[in-house]
Design a protein around this ligand. Structure first.
Ligand SMILES: C[S@@+](CC[C@H](N)C(=O)[O-])C[C@H]1O[C@@H](n2cnc3c(N)ncnc32)[C@H](O)[C@@H]1O
Length: 258
């Protein structure tokens, strides 16, 4: 019997099975400090969605539903082109979004089952589709997009984490200085079991505030699927699917509702 088992600790307890997501909960106050919406990275991401929507939509795109809109940094740019409605599962992230974009209508909802009772010219999901952990989750999120889209309208999402693109133990560090704080942010992605549909995303913040160091940690589960699964599920819910290169983001699925 292993030492861990003798101590009553399951050997699996070292594996991340819970989704803590402090980043969108008690640590959501850090989000506005980590990159401004008018900086190059955020602008480029939002502009890629604008170009794809304008190029591929078969109807005039005036209204846009942003599922998993988070702290509203994309919306800050998108609102120059579209009337935005934002939905996110985290009340704390929506509080950030409302501060940044007081004119936008935001509501709490889960992209797997939100039903707003309204139709939109375009729908997007950016940087939050990774939280779909099973094929059923992914299909449900795609169906939410389909259910809110007018005929001829376009749904765009990018496939940042796929089986093909995933790099084991990928680690990134970024730094920020704002409001008398210096922040170093480390992110790590690791897949302990390539036969299932999830991977682990762990992060650490070193926050220097008034000469004192605070250390915060968080861990999430993300979903990981082959690119073909994305395409199959999008077609299954009824979309006409095109995969385009998006130089700033990962490959982007541009999906028309017939
Ligand atoms: C990385 S943030 C998105 C950032 C966003 N693009 C922005 O402009 O600030 C990911 C977001 O996905 C949200 N999220 C995760 N699961 C969700 C779900 N099932 N439905 C809706 N939002 C979800 C989180 O609450 C978080 O705000």
């Amino acid at each position: 019997m292993s030492l861990l088992r003798q101590q009553g600790v399951s050997e699996n307890s070292m594996k991340i099975t819970t989704d803590e997501r402090r980043m969108y909960g008690d640590l959501a106050w850090l989000w506005p400090l980590m990159g401004q919406p008018d900086e190059e990275d955020w602008l480029a991401e939002a502009e890629e969605f604008v170009s794809a929507i304008q190029k591929y939509s078969r109807i005039q795109a005036r209204t846009l539903l942003n599922l998993g809109c988070g702290g509203g940094k994309n919306d800050y740019t998108l609102k120059k082109y579209f009337a935005i409605t934002g939905v996110d599962i985290s009340e704390n992230m929506l509080a950030n979004a409302r501060r940044l974009n007081p004119e936008i209508a935001y509501s709490v909802g889960d992209m797997r089952d939100a039903r707003l009772g309204k139709m939109f010219d375009a729908v997007m999901i950016a940087d939050s589709i990774d939280y779909m952990l099973t094929e059923d989750d992914l299909r449900a999120a795609f169906f939410t997009a389909f259910a809110h889209l007018k005929s001829g309208g376009v749904f765009c999402t990018y496939a940042e984490t796929t089986r093909e693109r995933f790099r084991q133990n990928e680690t990134k560090c970024s730094t920020y200085a704002r409001d008398n704080m210096d922040i170093a942010f480390f992110e790590n992605s690791y897949d302990p079991d390539p036969t299932d549909t999830t991977y682990e995303y762990a992060c650490v913040w070193l926050i220097h505030r008034a000469g004192k160091l605070e250390i915060e940690t968080d861990h999430h589960l993300g979903g990981i699927f082959p690119l073909q699964t994305w395409r199959d599920l999008l077609q299954e819910v009824g979309f006409q699917v095109t995969l385009i290169e998006a130089p700033f983001n990962a490959p982007m699925f541009v999906c028309i509702k017939p």
